[in-house]
Design a binder for this molecule. Sequence first.
Ligand SMILES: [Zn+2]
Length: 288
Amino acid sequence: MGIGSDFREDSWVREGVLKDIFPRLFALSSKHTLSINCFMDTQVFLHNWDFGFRRNLNERETAEVIKLLETLEGIRLCASKRDRRRWDLEDSGSFTCKSFQSFLRNKGRAETFPPFSLVWKAKSPPKVKVFVWLVALGKVNTSDLVQRKRPFMYLSPQWCVLCKLCEESVDHLFLHCPFSLSLWWLLWREVGTVWVIPKGCSDFLCSDFVVWGLGKLTSTLWGCLVHSVFWIIWMERNRRIFEDYKGVRVSDLWDRVKYWAAFWASVTKDFKDYSYSTIMRDMAAAVK
Ligand SMILES: [Zn+2]
């Protein structure tokens, strides 16, 4: 931060505009519209503040000054640099309409992507990560979404091809479909736990779900397994729709889930001493 900003009017501290936080001190100061460098007594040393109060302060005002100094304590000023405005909603510091629109849409909170860790830190191939990211955002082309995008197209039938019981949506296809649910149950059995499936895929991917205890091996294999379930369900669904293919049983799909999860995990640094068949044979033993 440079020293050219308006000390009282600009929002240069995290807490907000100093004039609004300390109105009493602002009224007592003789320096109302001066830049930050006018408040520093550089004869002593760079961070000696001189607020220019017009009279001696009483006890209550002194307490406020202490708060003001505490607020300024973490500020590091650089006398040799000029100020520049920075847009906090973008890492680059530059303004974008997109970040401002997200800010407004989120009622004044900066947009975050909670499932970041389970999506991007997983060790699956990039195309699978991108696919799981689209699942988290609800932007996979399931029948309901295709119908909304192209209302003039009549999709018949638009039910879920795995169970043929309900309309296909992202949350149904990947979580609540009886077929997919059976696959998740096999995963819970593998990791030795039970869990109520959340309402949506985004909630699912945001969950801080701990299996087999903590550790690098565990988180690597768990991430691969979750990605593999999503990926295998999607592959099965697409083959049933677009190919002359009747489908396989859940137990066969579970073998594919384990195969891909073990294979992705086996090529990571964490599992360099394991072959994919060792991991696949006993996953709980591989993460110990
Ligand atoms: Zn279904």
